[in-house]
Design a protein around this ligand. Sequence first.
Ligand SMILES: *[C@@H]1O[C@H](CO)[C@@H](O)[C@H](O)[C@H]1NC(C)=O
Ligand SMILES: *[C@@H]1O[C@H](CO)[C@@H](O)[C@H](O)[C@H]1NC(C)=O
Length: 398
Amino acid sequence: MDKGFFGWLNVLACLLIVLKTDGFYVDITYVQSAVAKGAVCLDGSPPAYHWDKGFGAGIDNWLVHIEGGGWCNNVTTCLARKNTRLGSSKQMVKQIAFSGLLSNKPQFNPDFYNWNRIKVRYCDGASFTGDVEAVDPATNLHFRGARIWHAVIDDLLAKGMRTAKNAILSGCSAGGLTSILHCDDFHSLLPATTKVKCLADAGYFINTKDLTGTQHIQEIYSDVVKTHGSAKNLPTSCTSRVAPSLCFFPQYAAQTIRTPLFILNAAYDSWQIKNILAPGVADPHGVWHSCKLDIKNCDSVQIKTMQGFRLEFLSTLQVLGSSPTRGMFINSCYAHCQSEMQETWLRDDSPVLDNKTIAKAIGDWYYDRSPFQKIDCPYPCDSSCHNRVFDQQEHPEL
Ligand SMILES: *[C@@H]1O[C@H](CO)[C@@H](O)[C@H](O)[C@H]1NC(C)=O
Ligand SMILES: *[C@@H]1O[C@H](CO)[C@@H](O)[C@H](O)[C@H]1NC(C)=O
């Protein structure tokens, strides 16, 4: 009976881990069959995903969620990630926590808890769009994201997704962008009878200038598309209208996507503020440093600049035109990825827009219970935000 001091310490440690993530751990699956198809991570290792099987009434429903992690735009930056978890399945942890929209508990995830839930690991560096046949022996870099995409979807189809009744392609950050770029393709790979929709969480990266007026993100995306040979794998409904490198931006690509799409994004997306609006190269003296760590530290000039960013963000949404099937939850928070964490997806104190949590808005939209297209009032009006506060030690790159 008596566990002793260390026994109880263990219990406490486990309890703290569970409380921290509200999640549970799911094992990795390596897609070994992908290697023969040349569908491999940057370093040539097999791609991977984590799958928690559906149960009960959710057994024929599939949620495919794509992991994020930025991009590598040239050989230098791709080499830098090649031997990390973002470039090699050899470096990935064997288990990851599922929470928020990946949770298996009805109280945490009422609409999707019993679905097959998959988190696809990101290891190609180009939002699953690359396909270059040649491998330079000097670097051994493989640019094969689009092949990984097809190999993973084929594998899931063979494991039962072929008979899906309901399906969602979702993702966060660079994975949210993937869910937009591959949305119609995902739809076309499933039976005509499957109800298919896509969810982009923090994947709506906008084409705007940085503080100095440089087209910083446009240059990066253009390099990504060039380095990874992405042009042929971007939606043809976009590349037939505008330059391929622009089709990496949702504001051009999403216009002509036919599958219903939900855009979940903070208007002051913390990644976009840090890397698109005020990247290090545009702020050599670090004037934005403390503001980027915590929005509460921003001075009135910086807030004014960020309000301008929000207006640009909203204008790119307007250009998409209205579609009754589109969902939109644009809150005025300093955040990035709000579906994967329980605290922002669904909890007593989670963000709300018009009194609806993100989980409720997306569930209602997916099941056609009610549409949701809402844009928040400007910062700092929303008291339900969970604004990100970055630790300076953990983010020396800022
Ligand atoms: C690669 O991209 C990084 C980040 O944009 C940039 O700093 C660097 O100069 C580029 N390197 C080459 C060789 O183009
Ligand atoms: C918001 O929702 C809660 C819980 O459903 C409800 O009690 C409250 O009255 C609602 N508030 C508004 C302003 O609609």
